[in-house]
Design a protein around this ligand. Structure first.
Ligand code: ASP
Length: 440
């Protein structure tokens, strides 16, 4: 069985839901994972923030507007009076629950409950739409099988077992619809897989049922070789290995949740990235094989903090790095890039929640310099470290101030740390010269 995930834009309008219906209605049984309609989760986040800040009238206003938007969508989507009425009742029950949340003491569980409603709404609506169109569909409630453990990792054994149960008890259908993003935590409270987590839901299910393929349908033709939001003339990459895709997703390619390929990599289950608006475009196939050498893609990750840790005692001293790493470990902060010299080590983090306490601890053993607003530019491809293009990098970037370089950590990745204000210029230059739009 295949698992197909459709993102917020794909279910964000009646027209796009029609496209999704055509894509999935091919006579093969499949699991369909849906995001919330585009914009809904952002709205729910803002409503939760209002409740937390005690701005209850603002929260209620936003809820009323959103409720109305859903009713309008239903009037265009469902001409069948019975289904129309049933879905409106469901929508109203969800909005009643959301209004009740405004009276309760705000907590993480309340917040997670609010955020979960977008996917519950989209799946209920889409299931009814398929029924109206004569397609045999049913819902597999994600909260009955999707669970994370105490380390916030998917509990694959639990998911596998419970997914099978849920599937066995579902009405026999062509299309099994489930909610992306939402799950239970290890204590049974409602939780989620972080923003953009529906991709992750799809590959977790894919791994649990050993799917033939996982497809991620969005509004772009696959993974691009550079960030199309900042750079002109980017193009879709047709093939990537799991390693290449994982590096790109982690280092900023926004099309995929950073953990997407992790669950399917072990069993080499292919992941295909496709465009709902252009279903015939090839998209990107992520699989165990790779093609071509040299730099295939560039991505950038922002909001990086660089920390330089300098100590005279580092000279020929063993155990210094261990002490440094222990501090980051104690405050559960992971390190992305690292470079060392005889007297100093520079490293980067993207989660600066515990930065002050980490710096206070580091200052006990070394002198520290901190640079905020940095970006990691990551160049990915098969064996990039051995490719001749790589040697052009310094020439291409001669007028960009590079703060750190990571080369040889893996043969598929080279990372550069630069000031975020130089990011767009750097991405465009790399695009122009490396992808041979301009010669040096
Ligand atoms: N609806 C959630 C979000 O907007 C999850 C997802 O779309 O993947 O982050």
């Amino acid at each position: 069985m295949k698992v197909l995930k459709f993102g917020g834009t794909s279910v964000g309008s009646v027209e796009n839901m029609g496209n999704v219906k055509h894509i999935i209605n091919d006579g093969h049984k499949k699991v369909v994972v849906l995001s919330a309609m585009s914009g809904t989760t952002n709205q729910l986040v803002s409503i939760a923030q209002d409740i937390d800040a005690g701005k209850l009238n603002d929260a209620i206003d936003k809820l009323n507007k959103l409720h109305e938007t859903y009713f309008n969508t239903i009037d265009t989507l469902l001409s069948d009076a019975l289904l129309n009425n049933d879905v409106k009742n469901y929508i109203s029950s969800i909005f009643e629950l959301l209004v009740e949340c405004t009276y309760k003491d705000f907590s993480e569980t309340i917040e997670n409950q609010i955020l979960a409603q977008g996917e519950l709404l989209s799946t209920y609506m889409f299931n009814s739409y398929l029924k109206q169109e004569g397609i045999r569909a049913s819902i597999l409630p994600a909260l009955n099988f999707m669970r994370i453990d105490a380390f916030k990792e998917p509990d694959i054994e639990y998911i596998k077992e419970h997914f099978e149960n849920v599937l066995d008890n579902a009405e026999d259908s062509e299309i099994y619809i489930t909610q992306g993003f939402i799950c239970l935590d290890d204590e049974g409270h409602i939780s989620n897989l972080q923003r953009g987590g529906s991709d992750y839901t799809a590959t977790i299910i894919g791994a649990a049922i050993k799917a033939e393929e996982v497809q991620i349908w969005t509004d772009i033709d696959g993974m691009h070789n550079n960030d199309p939001r900042y750079v002109e003339n980017t193009s879709a990459i047709s093939n990537l290995s799991f390693e290449e895709a994982a590096e790109l997703a982690y280092f900023g390619a926004k099309i995929l949740h950073p953990q997407t390929v992790t669950p399917v990599r072990k069993d080499s289950i292919p992941v295909r990235l496709k465009n709902t608006m252009k279903p015939d475009a090839h998209g990107t196939l992520i699989s165990k094989s790779t093609s071509g050498n040299g730099i295939k893609a560039i991505a950038a990750k922002d909001n990086i903090t660089a920390i330089k840790i300098k100590s005279a005692r580092m000279l020929q001293a063993h155990g210094f790095l261990k002490k440094v790493f222990e501090i980051f470990e104690t405050y559960q902060t992971s390190i992305d890039m690292i470079t060392t010299s005889e007297v100093a080590v520079s490293l980067t983090i993207d989660d600066d929640k515990n930065l002050d306490i980490i710096l206070a601890e580091l200052e006990k053993i070394a002198s520290i310099e901190v640079d905020k607003n940095q970006s990691i530019v990551c160049l990915v491809g098969h064996s990039v470290v051995n490719h001749q293009d790589t040697y052009k990098l310094f020439q291409i970037l001669q007028d960009v101030k590079i703060r750190m370089i990571s080369y040889g950590g893996s043969k598929n990745n080279i990372s550069l740390l630069i000031d975020s204000k130089d990011k767009i210029n750097t991405l465009q230059k790399l695009n122009d010269y490396l992808f041979e739009l301009v010669t040096l």
